[in-house]
Design a protein around this ligand. Structure first.
Ligand code: NAD
Length: 480
C-alpha cells in the first residue's frame, strides 16, 4: 500500500496544505493500491509563486544551457524507465507492450525537444524589424490519466525549452507515475521553482491555475468539456491556451483497399491504448459494395483480440482506468444496441472468464449511421462503429460530419488517391496506410478537438510570443 504525501514546490518535496486523501486503484483487480494526499488552491498559489520567482532568471538562460538541462532531464527519466513501466501497468492497466512504449516515450519526448532547440532560431527578420521569440511566463500544464507520464514530460519539455517556468497539475488518478517522474526530474537538478508538480483535483488546483493572473499560458490535455471551462476561466486574464481535447476519428477504408491489411489496421487504430486514446479511429467508414466482406474479416479478427490481464504479453486491451470509465463504456454499448446498431463483436459485460477488473469486451458495431450517439460522442473505450458509404464523396462528407477533428486515417492501395482524400479531411493529422507517430510534426485538433498544436517547432512556439523590434537596423538598411 503506497502513501504519497508530498508535492513538489520550489525545488523541494513538501507536505501539501490540502488534507484530502484520494485512493489509487489497480484497475485490473479493482484493489486499492495506495493513497495520495491532494494539493489544494493554497498549494497551487505557492507553486505559481515559486514559478513566478524563477521566471526572470530562467527566461534569460541561453539555448545551450536549456539544452543541457533538458538532456539531464531526459537521462534522469530514462533511468527510471523500469519503475515507470511498473507503475503504468499497475496504476493504469496498460498492456505490457503498450506500457513499455509509454515508459520509453516519457524520456523520448524530452530528447525530441532537444532536437528542435538545436536548430531553432529565436530571432528572425521581418522587413526592417527583428522579431524575437520571447517566453510567455509561467505555464500551467494540466494532464489526463491516459498517458500521464508522457504528457507531463512532453508539456514540460516544450515549456522549459521556450524559457517558461511551469506548474504541472497531473491527473489525480496517476499519482504513482507522477511521483516517479517528479523524483527523476528532481535528480536532474534544475534551479528551484523552474518546475513545480502538484497533484490535486481539477476543480480546485486546475481551476486555480486556470484563473490565476500570474499564469500566462495553459497547456491542457483532456476532455472537451473541461477544455471549454478552462478557456472560459482563462479568458478573464487573456491566457494563451493550448487545448488538446477529444476525438471521434474516422478511419476511411477506400474501395481499393486490401482488407487483409485494412482490417487489422482498423482494429489496432480503434483499440489502441485499450480504446482510451483521443486519436482512436472509432468510426470505420467502409464502402457499401464491400461491406459484407469487411464485416466477415472484422468478426474473425476481433475474435482474436485478447482483452484481459495487462501482464499477459498476448493482451491487446487492458482494463478501463476506473469503475466510472467502465460504466460509461457499458452505457454506450447499451445505447448502441438501443439505437439499432448491430453487434459484430463484443457487447455489454466483461470478457469471458473475467469476474473482476474493469475489463470491457472488444466491441464492434455495424449498421451504424453517423447520427447515432455512438458515432457522435467520444466513448473512450474499445467500442468501434462501422458506417457504410456509397462513394468517396460521401465517405469524405461523413468523415467531416463531426464536431471533432483531431486525427483521421485513410487506407488505400493507391497512395496518390489516399493523399487526395487526406487533403479534404478536416483533422490535425491524417495518417495514410500507417499508425506511425511523427514527433517532429505538429499535433492537435481542428474544431472542438482543440486549439493550438504540440510537438516540433509549432509546439515550442506555443510557449512564446513574437516581439518585433523596429528601428535598430535603420542605419544598416539606409546604407545598404
Ligand atoms: P478530464 O478533462 O476529466 O481531465 C483532464 C485533466 O483536467 C485532469 O488532470 C483533471 O483533474 C483536470 N481538470 C478537471 N476539471 C478541471 C477544471 N475545472 N479546471 C482545470 N482542470 C480540470 O479528462 P480525463 O478524463 O482525465 O481524460 C480523458 C479525456 O482526455 C478524453 O476526452 C480524451 O479524448 C482527452 N484526451 C485528449 C488528448 C489529446 O491530445 N487531444 C490526449 C489524451 C486524452
Amino acid at each position: 500500500m503506497r502513501q504519497i504525501d508530498k508535492i513538489y514546490i520550489d525545488g523541494a518535496f513538501v507536505t501539501p496544505h490540502g488534507e484530502e486523501w484520494f485512493e489509487l486503484f489497480n484497475p485490473a483487480t479493482e484493489a486499492v493500491i495506495g493513497q495520495v494526499r491532494l494539493a489544494d488552491e493554497e498549494d497551487a498559489r505557492r507553486a505559481i509563486a515559486a514559478a513566478r520567482r524563477a521566471f526572470p532568471q530562467f527566461s534569460r538562460t541561453r539555448t545551450a544551457e536549456r539544452i543541457a538541462l533538458l538532456e539531464r532531464m531526459h537521462d534522469a527519466v530514462q533511468a527510471r524507465e523500469d519503475d515507470l513501466f511498473e507503475a503504468i501497468v499497475e496504476e493504469y492497466g496498460a498492456p505490457v507492450s503498450r506500457a513499455r512504449w509509454m515508459a520509453k516515450y516519457a524520456a523520448d519526448v524530452l530528447a525530441e525537444v532537444v532536437k528542435v532547440l538545436r536548430t531553432y532560431d529565436f530571432t528572425r527578420r521581418a522587413g526592417s524589424a527583428d522579431v524575437v521569440m520571447q517566453p510567455l511566463g509561467v505555464a500551467g500544464l494540466i494532464t489526463p490519466w491516459n498517458s500521464n507520464a508522457g504528457f507531463i514530460c512532453g508539456k514540460l519539455a516544450a515549456a522549459l525549452a521556450a524559457g517558461c517556468t511551469a506548474v504541472v497539475k497531473p491527473s489525480e488518478m496517476s499519482a504513482i507515475q507522477t511521483q516517479i517522474v517528479t523524483e527523476a526530474l528532481h535528480d536532474a537538478g534544475l534551479p528551484a521553482g523552474v518546475f513545480n508538480i502538484i497533484t490535486g483535483r481539477g476543480e480546485t488546483v486546475g481551476a486555480e491555475i486556470s484563473a490565476h493572473p500570474d499564469v500566462a499560458k495553459i497547456s491542457f490535455t483532456g476532455s472537451t468539456a473541461v477544455g471549454k471551462t478552462i478557456l472560459r476561466t482563462g479568458a478573464e486574464t487573456l491566457k494563451r491556451v493550448t487545448l488538446e481535447l477529444g476525438g471521434k476519428s474516422p478511419m476511411l477504408v477506400l474501395d481499393d483497399a486490401d482488407f487483409a491489411e485494412a482490417v487489422p489496421l482498423a482494429l489496432q487504430a480503434g483499440y489502441m491504448n485499450s480504446g482510451q486514446a483521443c486519436i482512436a479511429g472509432t468510426r470505420i467508414l467502409v464502402p457499401q459494395s464491400r461491406l459484407a466482406e469487411f464485416e466477415e474479416r472484422v468478426r474473425d479478427e476481433a475474435a482474436r483480440v485478447q482483452a484481459g490481464d495487462p501482464r499477459d504479453p498476448a493482451t491487446q486491451i487492458g482494463p478501463m482506468v476506473s469503475r466510472k470509465q467502465w460504466e460509461r463504456v457499458q452505457r454506450y454499448i447499451r445505447i448502441g444496441v438501443d439505437e439499432g446498431a448491430r453487434l459484430l463483436a463484443g457487447g455489454e459485460g466483461r470478457p469471458e472468464g473475467l469476474k473482476s477488473g474493469w475489463f470491457v469486451r472488444p466491441t464492434v458495431f455495424s449498421g451504424v449511421s453517423n447520427d447515432m450517439t455512438i458515432a457522435r460522442e467520444e466513448i473512450f473505450g474499445p467500442v468501434l462503429s462501422i458506417i457504410a458509404y456509397r462513394d468517396t464523396e460521401e465517405a469524405i462528407a461523413i468523415a467531416n460530419d463531426t464536431s471533432y477533428g483531431l486525427q483521421a486515417y485513410v487506407v488505400s492501395s493507391d497512395a496518390a488517391r489516399a493523399r487526395a482524400v487526406a487533403a479534404r479531411i478536416d483533422a490535425g493529422r491524417v495518417l495514410v496506410n500507417t499508425l506511425a507517430h511523427e514527433p517532429a510534426a505538429p499535433f492537435g485538433g481542428f474544431k472542438q478537438s482543440g486549439i493550438g498544436r504540440e510537438y516540433g517547432t509549432f509546439g515550442l512556439e506555443a510557449f512564446m510570443e513574437p516581439k518585433s523590434i523596429l528601428g535598430v537596423n535603420r542605419e544598416s538598411s539606409a546604407s545598404a
